[in-house]
Write a protein that binds this ligand. Structure first.
Ligand SMILES: Nc1ncnc2c1ncn2[C@@H]1O[C@H](COP(=O)(O)OP(=O)(O)OP(=O)(O)O)[C@@H](O)[C@H]1O
Length: 198
């Protein structure tokens, strides 16, 4: 279980629990602080408060170890090498997921520069999924995708949730929030979240 108590970053002040095998959708107007919250939980930006995974404080481990357990997927994932496959420790193991998300098997040697926005998003998701993290913090993971690709992403994430992964998923799509979220958090302009049942 992920426990967040009194997390503060800029105007944010947030407390909640995320159970194992639970997906919560996070909604709220543009600029309200959804990305700030996800990045803070992953400890990518300075913030205050208590964040624990199964009772273990995030301060109890080095930040990279925390982030392989509690993994943030940016709306625009970052890339640091030339080709797709260089970003994976075991590219062959990633191929089934690559195919499920509608990308060709042969995309390993492709240069990052040629990728479309949606291809980058899906490959970024594959990279995150390969970590087998306990918690996934997904920042609008289908915003640039066509309906078929978005449905494929929802299917893969649903499987991970049934396997026990916890997910916090930001989306501007109310129908998607109701589909994927067992609960819906709405972030208010004062930096707090309120909970709606879908
Ligand atoms: N380092 C920073 N210092 C000061 N303000 C920041 C910083 N980073 C982000 N902000 C501001 O915090 C606000 C919240 O940004 P955030 O990216 O979390 O919004 P969001 O809810 O994810 O929006 P969207 O739905 O458009 O993605 C924005 O007004 C942004 O300009």
């Amino acid at each position: 279980m992920l426990t967040v108590r009194g997390l503060r970053r800029l105007h944010l002040s947030v407390s909640f629990d995320l159970q194992d095998g639970e997906c919560v959708a996070l909604q709220g107007p543009s600029g309200v602080g959804k990305t700030l919250l996800l990045r803070s939980i992953a400890d990518l930006d300075p913030n205050e408060g208590t964040v624990k995974l199964d009772g273990t404080l995030r301060e109890a481990m080095p930040a990279p170890a925390w982030r392989t357990r509690v993994t943030y997927l940016a709306a625009e994932p970052g890339w640091w090498s030339d080709t797709v496959q260089e970003h994976f420790t075991a590219w062959d193991d990633a191929l089934p997921l690559v195919a499920r998300l509608g990308l060709p098997d042969g995309c390993g040697p492709w240069s990052i520069q040629r990728l479309s926005t949606g291809e980058r998003l899906r490959l970024g998701l594959v990279r995150a999924l390969m970590l087998r993290s306990r918690v996934l913090l997904l920042d609008e993971p289908t915003s640039a995708l066509d309906p078929a690709a978005a449905a494929a992403v929802e299917g893969v994430i649903a499987e991970r949730v049934s396997d026990g992964t916890s997910v916090l998923w930001t989306t501007h799509d109310g129908a998607q929030a109701r589909r994927v979220g067992a609960r819906i958090f709405v972030m208010r302009p004062d930096g707090r979240i309120e909970e709606n049942r879908p």
